[in-house]
Design a protein. Structure first.
Length: 282
């Protein structure tokens, strides 16, 4: 196992004043986040990426887009990005957990994503293939009487995702810069504005999948959804019917199911499995 970087290592590499204090943050599922207070009185946010292999992530591309997002104010201002793509330091912004983004703020965030220099393509078919391959490896490593049942359930759910993918693939969709990880933990709220954080899954992908990520995010009320959806359809000159969006939501939920098996089987797979089981025939 490679030795984990410490906050002290990162501060020293960035030539900042020494640490006065360091507070871990409960932010992000697959990396380590900290609030740093330095001896010169400044406060910084630090994210250290975990040294694990995730074939759907390209850190070099992610950090290039992060720099662009910082320049346009879509994410808090960056101060330092490690050349080896292991960590970055940015402005520390105090999160207001009671606040929720308005539909206009969400439209502005999606417009910001649309302007990022996204050059990495990972379409729906590629993404599902990578996730299910990694998930099968994780499931095959489990032992005990549950294994056979898990494998059957897994293949049933993956089949639903592949059916949804086949239906969506009958149409020619705009391929757009897609954030694909919309949830409250990735939206940093202050009384003045909303920021996006964690561009790990940013890629060029088909429009319905990004809409599905937004609809499943819990960020958009039913009354605001038509306005947000219409902003996408106007921006990209394409319409998504309810049936097509339902298929995209099914595909997205199956991808989340596979992701959790691949990355966090012990911590989060069971709640996700319970949700996705709703897709199975009774």
């Amino acid at each position: 196992m490679p030795e984990l970087l410490t906050p002290e290592d990162c501060v020293a590499q960035a030539y900042l004043s020494p640490l006065r204090s360091c507070r871990p943050l409960q932010q992000g599922l697959s990396h380590r986040s900290f609030q740093l207070i330095l001896t010169d009185g400044t406060t910084r946010y630090l994210r250290i990426d975990r040294p694990q292999s995730k074939p759907w992530v390209d850190r070099q591309h992610e950090h290039a887009c992060l720099v662009a997002a910082s320049e346009q104010g879509l994410t808090p201002e960056l101060y330092y990005v490690d050349q080896q793509q292991r960590f970055f330091l940015s402005e520390y912004v105090t999160e207001q957990p009671a606040l929720q983004p308005s539909v206009q703020q969400l439209i502005e965030l999606t417009q910001g994503v649309a302007t990022l220099p996204v050059c990495r393509t990972m379409d729906q078919q590629q993404r599902l293939a990578v996730y299910k391959t990694q998930a099968r490896k994780a499931i095959s490593q489990r032992i005990g009487a549950q294994l056979a049942g898990l494998q059957v359930e897994f293949e049933q759910i993956v089949e639903l995702g592949e059916q949804a993918l086949a239906q969506l693939s009958r149409y020619c969709w705009p391929v757009i810069p897609s954030f694909l990880d919309w949830h409250r933990g990735n939206v940093l709220m202050t009384p003045e504005r909303a920021y996006l954080v964690d561009f790990e899954y940013l890629a060029l992908s088909e429009m319905p999948l990004e809409l599905a990520s937004l609809q499943r995010s819990g960020l958009v009320s039913a009354s605001d959804w038509p306005e947000l959806k219409a902003s996408f359809e106007q921006r990209y000159g394409a319409s998504v019917t309810k049936a097509q969006l339902d298929q995209a939501c099914c595909l997205y939920r199956v991808m989340c199911y596979c992701w959790y098996w691949a990355v966090m089987p012990s911590e989060a797979a069971e709640p996700t499995r319970a949700l996705v089981r709703q897709l199975l025939p009774k």
